[in-house]
Design a protein around this ligand. Structure first.
Ligand code: C5P
Length: 209
């Protein structure tokens, strides 16, 4: 397949980012963490002290986004994750970020994209689709470790609350809600190590090749 796109969707801290990175390395494909696009819009909005519910301002922020912001550590914070899921509700924000994602997905040779709506909206024809999940408790623990390692001081219980709120918002919105594509393979990583999850993902992708 000349355009081998691998769609990796799932909720926050499910392991999809790590899996996408491992798959990209295994197949020599470029990887796009699409959550970073929404996080960057959230960061721009917060820097400009804009109201995250203001869809005009959010769409304007999405329109001026440049890729250098994706590398900014500000995009990795807990606040950026929360802001991202709030701006991601607005259809015009999603529309403004669509071209970039589709262009990335249509590169010669293929690409790996991870997010919430890759298999359903961004790349519905992708030959390989995974929907990565894990229990909210396991995800909270993983995210808490990440945040703590990057120096954020936060309680595990608050991270679990974030996870529940984000699941409800991402799954409940009207525009491209988080859900598995009909042809996605579900992968529950709750009881798996990173290596086990990466191996399982690789087997799923091999079966689709
Ligand atoms: O994956 P990550 O947790 O970094 O994503 C941050 C937020 O961005 C998600 O909670 C979701 O609201 C939004 N998002 C989205 N569609 C994507 C990727 C992320 O709506 N493809």
């Amino acid at each position: 397949n000349p355009n081998f796109v691998i769609a990796v969707d799932g909720p926050a801290a499910s392991g999809k980012g790590t899996i996408a990175t491992r798959l990209g390395a295994a197949y020599g494909l470029p990887v796009l963490d699409t959550g970073l696009l929404y996080r960057a819009v959230g960061v721009l909005m917060q820097r400009a002290s804009e109201d995250l519910d203001d869809h005009e301002a959010a769409a304007a922020a999405a329109a001026i986004l440049t890729s250098d912001l994706l590398d900014d550590p500000a995009c990795r914070t807990r606040a950026a994750g929360e802001a991202a899921s709030r701006v991601a509700i607005h259809p015009r924000v999603r529309g403004a970020l669509m071209d970039f994602q589709r262009t990335f997905a249509s590169q010669e040779g293929g690409a790996v994209l991870d997010g919430r709506d890759i298999g359903t909206v961004i790349a519905p024809d992708a030959p390989a689709k995974l929907y990565v999940t894990a229990s909210p408790e396991v995800r909270a623990e993983r995210r808490w470790k990440q945040l703590t390692a990057q120096g954020e001081r936060v309680e595990l219980a608050d991270v679990l609350e974030d996870i529940h709120r984000r699941d409800a918002r991402d799954g409940g919105r009207d525009a491209a809600p988080m859900r598995p594509a009909a042809d996605a393979v579900l992968l529950d990583t709750s009881e798996m190590t990173i290596d086990q999850a990466a191996d399982a993902a690789r087997r799923i992708v091999e079966a689709a090749r």
